[in-house]
Design a protein. Sequence first.
Length: 247
Amino acid sequence: MTTAKVIVITGASSGIGKAIAKARAAKGDKIVLGARREDRLQQIQKAIEQANGTATYAVTDVTELEQVKALAQQALDSYGRIDVWINNAGLMPHSLLIEAKVDDWNRMIDVNLRGTLYGIAAAQGIFHEQNEGHFINLGSVASLYSHAGGAVYSATKWAVKAISESLREEEAQAGKNVRVTTLYPGAVKSELVSHMTDPARREATDKFYDQFAIPAERIAKVVSDVLDMPADATLNEIVIRPSKQVQ
Ligand SMILES: NC(=O)c1ccc[n+]([C@@H]2O[C@H](COP(=O)([O-])OP(=O)(O)OC[C@H]3O[C@@H](n4cnc5c(N)ncnc54)[C@H](OP(=O)(O)O)[C@@H]3O)[C@@H](O)[C@H]2O)c1
């Protein structure tokens, strides 16, 4: 039997974050949902509670450090500790570099990269005080290879890989029982593609996803496996692709 954990999830209003929230709430964990769309967070909290689970939420834009800190505080105020912090919020508006869609570049840098760092800033001190904690960071197969049209998304996800590797080493040196896991998913069904700003690219990516993408529950299953690992060992890096996805 495992002990209930307090799990904070950024980007919990849809897709992978929502699936993790529901899966872990069903296992008895206490879930703290963070994202910008309050109506979605309310719906998910309600669904978890209707299934006899426990959840709270804080409207959170991960590009604002004070809001990310407030999300951590909400967890402490509600449940007294944080066992797991999942840096999941992200977006993927692909475009060619030559198109110079600077606003999209900046949004990816702010959410995927800065948001991950802010999550670490908000939770690390709490983990050290507790002498225990677990970061789970969402990279992507785009952390491992790049392609035309995916430069900035890949750059932010390579950064997540780099940050996670350094964080793992620093935490091992600190000896504070803080674990670090990075996930590198391939195509997963979610709202990620619907937020792409280039209609032609969105349509092409939609077709690719329709063919290959796996349900977000597969990633939730991996997170459950990660969390159920005994504390003396950590699954540090996991690549999970649809079995038929080539790259
Ligand atoms: N789907 C895939 O194929 C795939 C593959 C590899 C990696 N990933 C990664 O998995 C993570 C989750 O993506 P997903 O596929 O589940 O996509 P999704 O359904 O679009 O979910 C993205 C989540 O991020 C949140 N978000 C966006 N901007 C935010 C901000 N500024 N502050 C706080 N939250 C923000 C969204 O909520 P609000 O809009 O309500 O704020 C939403 O809950 C991302 O990091 C993505 O890069 C996805």
